[in-house]
Design a protein around this ligand. Structure first.
Ligand code: ZN
Ligand code: ZN
Length: 168
């Protein structure tokens, strides 16, 4: 066992403080926000925080969101494989879910091209269910009405754009 000092918290203790902070907040936190949350608890040295975060990520207790440069607690007791994150740009909540088949397909496609995947981050940016409800001011441009019965096709006109003329 390493020597103990009264000031220093043990590694498991540090890890637990960080995971608890992430769980309490319920949204991604940057390393600096984590430091801010924990400085009152005697955990404020950035290298200590980064080491603890790396341990948590390795143990599958937390994840790093690449596109936000932030961290979230894992919601799954037994994390396996690459997680997919849906990040709401309005309220900042993150939903974690698992699509092992899709992950496997992406890896296989990369491998087919001779690419060896070492790391993978899948992050979807958009609006969560709560935030996509039009609230007062911002109104969706689609007219409201009997959507089920107005008799035309809602397929998006993906192929409708004319080809650009190449002649000048
Ligand atoms: Zn997870
Ligand atoms: Zn939201």
């Amino acid at each position: 066992m390493p020597k103990k000092t009264s000031k220093r918290r043990s590694a498991p203790d540090q890890d637990k403080l960080i995971v608890d902070a992430l769980r309490d907040v319920g949204r991604p936190l940057s390393a600096y926000e984590i430091i801010d949350q924990l400085k009152d608890k005697g955990l404020s040295a950035p290298p200590t925080i980064y080491r603890a975060l790396n341990r948590l990520i390795e143990d599958g207790l937390a994840h790093r969101l690449e596109s936000l440069n932030a961290f979230v607690a894992c919601r799954h007791p037994h994390h396996e494989g690459t997680a997919v994150f849906a990040i709401c740009g309005a309220c900042g909540t993150v939903r974690e879910f698992h699509e092992p088949d899709a992950v496997q397909r992406l890896k296989a496609a990369a491998m087919a091209g001779g690419f060896a995947v070492k790391e993978m981050a899948i992050e979807l940016r958009g609006r969560c269910k709560d935030c996509s409800v039009p609230a007062g001011g911002i109104v969706a441009s689609a007219p409201l009405g009997d959507d089920d019965q107005h008799g035309h096709d809602h397929a998006l006109p993906i192929a409708a754009a004319p080809r650009p003329a190449r002649k000048r």
